[in-house]
Write a protein that binds this ligand. Structure first.
Ligand code: HEM
Ligand SMILES: *[C@@H]1O[C@H](CO)[C@@H](O)[C@H](O)[C@H]1NC(C)=O
Length: 512
C-alpha cells in the first residue's frame, strides 16, 4: 500500500494540481462570461458611452476629473447609462430622482462586487448585512442614535475641535497656507473613539489606543488604494502582495483592540458598582448601547456581531465627516460672503456662552443651509451600489431584471440640471424650507435615502455644525490659489491636492 502511494511522483501530482487549477479557472471564466452576458443584455435598452474592449470605462473612471466626466455623460444619456468596471462588472449608473426612488425606496442588498472588499475589516455589520439580520441589527442600533443619546456628544465634539483649533493657531502663526485634511481626520477619529469606546487617543493616552488609531487610518488608506487598483481585486492574489499583507496586519491590530475593549466592558458590567457609575456617567457611548441591546425575543448580539458593528461605525463615521468638513471649509474660503454670514449667525447664537449647547444647533439655519449646499456639490459619499433582488420598472417604462447591478451616482444626481438650476452655482437658499419642500424627495441624498439610508445622519449633522461653527469663530478661511483641491473619488470624496487654506486668527472674544 505504502509503496504504491509513494510511487505517485511529485511530477504527476503537480500535473494533476495544475490540471485542476486549469479546470477551475475555466469554469470561473465561463461563469464570468455568462454573468457578463446577462448584465449586458439587461442593459440593452440603455445607450451609453463607448467602452474599451478590455477595461470598459475603468480608465475614464480612474482619471482625475472622472466625476465631471460622468456629469457630461449624464447630459448625453438622460436618466441612466451602463458603466463597466472592466469586462465583467457592469452597472446601470443612475442620476435622476425618479430612477433613484425606484431602486432606493426598496431595501435591495449591496452589490457584493464592491462591498465585499470591506468584509475583511468591518465584517458583516449594518453597512453590508442584508435581509432579516440587517433588519434585526438596524432595530437594535437605532436607539443608539436617538437624540437623547446624541445630546451629550456636543461636549465631545467641542473638546476634540478645541484641540484641533489650538493646533491650527500654532500653524497659522507661520503665515503660510497649510493642508487641513489630516488634522480634521484626526479630530473626527478622536471624536468617534470617544463616542464609541468612551475614550480617545488624547484622553487616557493609552498606547494601545494610539496604535488602534494608526491602524484605522492605515486601513482606510489601503482600502482606498485597493479599490482603484484592479490588480489587487482578487482576494487570493491580494493577500499575497505586500500591500495585502500590510492590510491584514492592520486588520489584526484593529480587531484585537475592538475585541479587548468589548471584553473589558463586559467584565466591568458584571461589577454592579461600575454599572451604577456608568448609569450616572455624563454620556453613554455606542458600546454601552450595543451591549445593552436586546430584541423582542431577548436575543443579544454575538461577539462577532458586536465587533462588526463597532468596526463599521469606526469606518463609516470618521472618513465621511472628515470629507464633509474639509469640503465645507473649502466652500467657505471660496465664498467669503457666505462665510461672513455664517460667522455672524453663530456669533449671535453663542452670545456670551463659552460653548454651544444642543439647543443651539437648531438655530444655525444659515450654516445648515451652507452645509447642505456643500454636501450637494461635494457629497462625501459620491456613489453607492446595489444588486437588485427583484426586477424593477422605471418611470419611462424601461426595466431591469433581478441580479442587475445599480450604481447610484450621487455626485451626478446633485448636479443634474433638470433638478438643480445652474448646478455649479453655490446657493444655500436652495435649502430654505420653502424651496426644499418643493423638491423631489430623492433629489438630494448625501446620506442615501430609503430603508438603507445612513443611520448616523443626525450624529453627522450635529458634529458638522459644532465643528464648523467653532472653526468659523476662531479663524477666517481663504484659498491658496496655487493649490486648489482636485476632486478625487475614493471611498469618500477626497482631494488629490489636499485642502490648502490660509487661516487668519480672529483674536480674542471670538469664541475661544
Ligand atoms: C457626513 C457624514 C456622513 C455621510 C455623508 C454618510 C453617508 C452615508 C451613505 C451614503 C450611506 C449609504 C451607504 C450605502 O448605501 O452603501 C451610509 C450608511 C451608513 N452610515 Fe453614514 N454617513 C455619514 C456619517 C456617518 C456616521 C457618523 C456614522 C456612525 C457613527 C455612520 C454610519 C453609517 C452606517 C452604520 C451605515 C449603514 C446603514 C445601513 O445600511 O443600515 N455614517 N452613510
Ligand atoms: C428659493 O431659491 C431661489 C433661487 O435660489 C432664491 O432666489 C429664493 O430666494 C429662494 N426662496 C426662499 C424663500 O429662500
Amino acid at each position: 500500500m505504502v509503496p504504491s502511494f509513494l510511487s505517485l511522483s511529485f511530477s504527476s501530482l503537480g500535473l494533476r494540481a495544475s490540471g485542476l487549477i486549469l479546470v477551475l479557472g475555466f469554469l470561473k471564466l465561463i461563469r464570468l462570461l455568462l454573468r457578463r452576458q446577462m448584465l449586458a443584455k439587461a442593459m440593452d435598452n440603455f445607450p451609453g458611452p463607448p467602452t474599451h474592449w478590455l477595461f470598459g470605462h475603468a480608465l475614464e473612471i480612474q482619471e482625475t476629473g472622472s466625476l465631471d466626466k460622468v456629469v457630461s455623460w449624464a447630459h448625453q444619456f438622460p436618466y441612466a447609462h451602463p458603466l463597466w468596471f472592466g469586462q465583467f462588472i457592469g452597472f446601470l449608473n443612475i442620476y435622476e430622482p425618479d430612477y433613484a426612488q425606484a431602486v432606493y425606496s426598496r431595501g435591495d442588498p449591496k452589490a457584493p462586487d464592491v462591498y465585499d472588499f470591506f468584509l475583511q475589516w468591518i465584517g458583516r455589520g449594518l453597512l453590508v448585512l442584508e435581509g432579516p439580520k440587517w433588519l434585526q441589527h438596524r432595530k437594535l442600533l437605532t436607539p443608539g442614535f436617538h437624540y437623547d443619546v446624541l445630546k451629550p456628544y456636543v461636549a465631545v465634539f467641542t473638546e476634540s475641535t478645541r484641540i484641533m483649533l489650538d493646533k491650527w493657531e500654532e500653524k497659522a502663526r507661520e503665515g503660510k497656507s497649510f493642508d487641513i485634511f489630516c488634522d480634521v481626520g484626526h479630530m473626527a477619529l478622536n471624536t468617534l473613539m470617544k463616542c464609541t469606546f468612551g475614550r480617545g487617543d488624547t484622553g487616557l493616552g493609552h498606547s494601545r489606543d494610539s496604535s488602534y488609531y494608526l491602524a484605522v487610518s492605515d486601513l482606510t488608506l489601503l482600502m482606498q488604494q485597493r479599490l482603484v487598483s484592479f490588480q489587487y481585486h482578487n482576494d487570493f492574489i491580494y493577500w499575497l502582495t505586500p500591500h495585502g499583507r500590510r492590510f491584514l496586519r492592520a486588520c489584526q491590530v484593529a480587531h484585537d483592540h475592538t475585541d479587548q475593549v468589548i471584553r473589558e466592558r463586559k467584565a466591568a458590567l458584571q461589577d454592579e458598582k461600575v454599572q451604577k457609575k456608568i448609569q450616572n456617567r455624563r454620556h453613554l457611548d455606542f458600546l454601552d448601547i450595543l451591549l445593552g441591546a436586546w430584541d423582542e425575543d431577548d436575543i443579544k448580539l454575538s461577539d462577532a456581531d458586536l465587533r462588526a458593528e463597532v468596526d463599521t461605525f469606526m469606518f463609516e463615521g470618521h472618513d465621511t465627516t472628515t470629507s464633509g468638513i474639509s469640503w465645507f471649509l473649502y466652500c467657505m474660503a471660496l465664498y467669503p460672503e457666505h462665510q461672513h454670514r455664517c460667522r455672524e449667525e453663530v456669533r449671535e447664537i453663542l452670545g456670551d456662552q463659552d460653548s454651544f449647547q444642543w439647543d443651539d444647533l437648531g438655530k444655525m439655519t444659515y450654516l445648515t443651509m451652507c452645509i447642505k449646499e456643500s454636501f450637494r456639490l461635494y457629497p462625501p459619499v459620491p456613489q453607492v451600489y446595489r444588486q437588485l433582488s427583484k426586477p424593477v420598472t422605471f418611470v419611462d417604462g424601461r426595466s431591469l431584471p433581478a441580479g442587475s447591478l445599480i450604481s447610484m451616482h450621487i455626485y451626478a444626481l446633485h448636479r443634474n440640471s433638470a433638478v438643480w438650476p445652474d448646478p455649479e452655482v453655490f446657493d444655500p437658499l436652495r435649502f430654505s424650507t420653502e424651496n426644499a419642500s418643493k423638491r423631489h424627495p430623492f433629489a438630494f441624498m448625501p446620506f442615501s435615502a430609503g430603508p438603507r439610508n445612513c443611520i448616523g445622519q443626525q450624529f453627522a449633522m450635529s458634529e458638522m455644525k459644532v465643528v464648523t461653527a467653532m472653526c468659523l469663530l476662531r479663524f477666517e478661511f481663504s484659498l491658496d490659489p496655487s493649490r486648489l483641491p482636485i476632486k478625487m473619488p475614493q471611498l469618500v470624496l477626497c482631494s488629490k491636492n489636499g485642502f490648502h487654506l490660509h487661516l487668519k486668527p480672529l483674536g480674542p472674544g471670538s469664541g475661544k
